[in-house]
Design a protein. Sequence first.
Lengths: 114, 136
Amino acid sequence: MDISPLREGLVKVTLSGRLDTVGVDRVERQFVSALVPPGSNAIVDLSQVDFVASVGIRMLIAAARGLRMKQATLALYGVQDRVGRVLESVSLAQIIPICSTEAEAFAAVTPRVP
Amino acid sequence: MPTRQRLRFAGTRPAFADASLRLRGLLGAERLQDTVRGQVELAFEEIASNIVRHGSPTADVEVTIAIDPDEVVLTFEDDGVPFDPCARPDRSLPASLDEARPGGLGLLMVQQLSSRMTYTRTSDGRNSLTLAISRM
């Protein structure tokens, strides 16, 4: 997992490998604690994740909920097809923005200036 | 050619992690579509992790994977407390982040990918769950 601040109030997280019981055990604490306490908007690159189970989806939902309580947003992007099919089966896009590219994810978490 | 494989492991997280690796090795040697392989891995992950999470560490878990031309049939047997996943009411998907609640998601995912799912409590007191994943 790689966590890099892109600018004030925006963090990019790159997850890799499998978001199953073993994979989530390894990253969950660091993932949630890096994102939620600062309350920054976050974009999460899933292009290197090749498997996701419910435990991984719960981790993403927990972080998105934590950020929502701080008026911040989390967006996912770069999802591989096989992972995308799983996220689609639980309609995750209804509750967390799932974007194709980093630029779209960036736009999804950036407040529009009227 | 139909094949049948068996995995047996204790109800602990390290044993479950090792069994997951062995399953991936077994599936790697089979000619399966990528989608089907992913569904078998997901069903195993969800059901077996549930058994390990709610069962006793001394539990004896046995998983049979039968690869037939039309479907892959997974049978999970364990000596934990009686639990019938088929008796759980269908859980609806959350419509918003505020409605999203933990729990039940894995079972919902398995119900969605299975073409059939049956549970019995065996005469010698074991949970036995069979589910099929279509290859068609």
